[in-house]
Design a protein. Structure first.
Length: 222
């Protein structure tokens, strides 16, 4: 019943590792520790190769994401769009996790669970406010990439689950500048969010594969 957390140095990733250690062995990978770089395909491939002897994993969770920092900030209007910043958002929020699916899904148990952290704002049909172009679009791309991977995975491992998860608003460095207006009961600690996400992931069934779910287990439309 071992689990793997990719991005364990972040607030949610660390929370997930802590929660899952109560359920069994946990392996962690993080950029901060120099173990994996989601912007470098070779780094992702090498990390998966190093862990092959420890497979299969019951759960593999990609707990990474970029909203601001590294020269990126949420765009409020079309005037703020910049090609390099958009490309960086897609590299971190969509391409990196998709490559993790490519290289790490072979290490998943036949009935295991793979998840990547997404966001409600990645829902195209639920977009009523606009703004945050790069973050919204890259998370929407992530949802599509993981759904496509889930369809392929089901052909050979029909009992496996492959989804994206929305953790809610979590009190981390990433969300701190955007917490104004969030009610206290909807602002989770990393531990609270992790507990909810693990409960949701463990309760999913194979027919749920390919979809996006929030911290309460409710499906989020694409």
């Amino acid at each position: 019943m071992s689990s793997l957390i990719i991005g364990a140095s972040g607030g949610i990733g660390a929370g997930l590792a802590s929660v899952l250690r109560t359920k069994g062995p946990v392996k962690t990978l993080s950029r901060a520790a120099g173990e994996i770089d989601l912007s470098d395909q070779a780094s992702i491939a090498d990390s998966a190769a190093r862990l092959r002897a420890e497979a299969p994993f019951t759960r593999i969770i990609v707990a990474t994401g970029l909203l601001h920092g590294d020269g990126v900030a949420p765009e409020r209007s079309l005037r703020e769009l910049d090609a390099e910043r958009l490309a960086h958002s897609f590299a971190v929020n969509a391409i990196g996790p998709a490559l993790c699916a490519r290289f790490f899904l072979p290490l998943l148990r036949d009935d295991g669970r793979f998840a990547a952290l997404s966001a409600r704002v990645g829902s195209i049909s639920d977009n009523r406010l606009g703004g945050w172009y790069g973050y919204r679009a890259s998370k929407a791309a992530l949802n599509q990439l993981i759904r496509t991977a889930a369809i392929e995975l089901a052909r050979t491992r029909p009992q496996a689950v492959c989804v994206t998860l929305h953790p809610g608003t979590v009190d981390t460095d990433m969300s701190r500048p955007f917490q104004r207006g969030v009610s206290p009961e909807r602002l989770f600690t990393p531990r609270e969010s992790a507990e909810r996400l693990v409960a949701v992931l463990d309760a999913l069934k194979p027919e749920d594969s390919g979809h996006c779910f929030d911290w309460a287990g409710a499906p989020i439309p694409f």
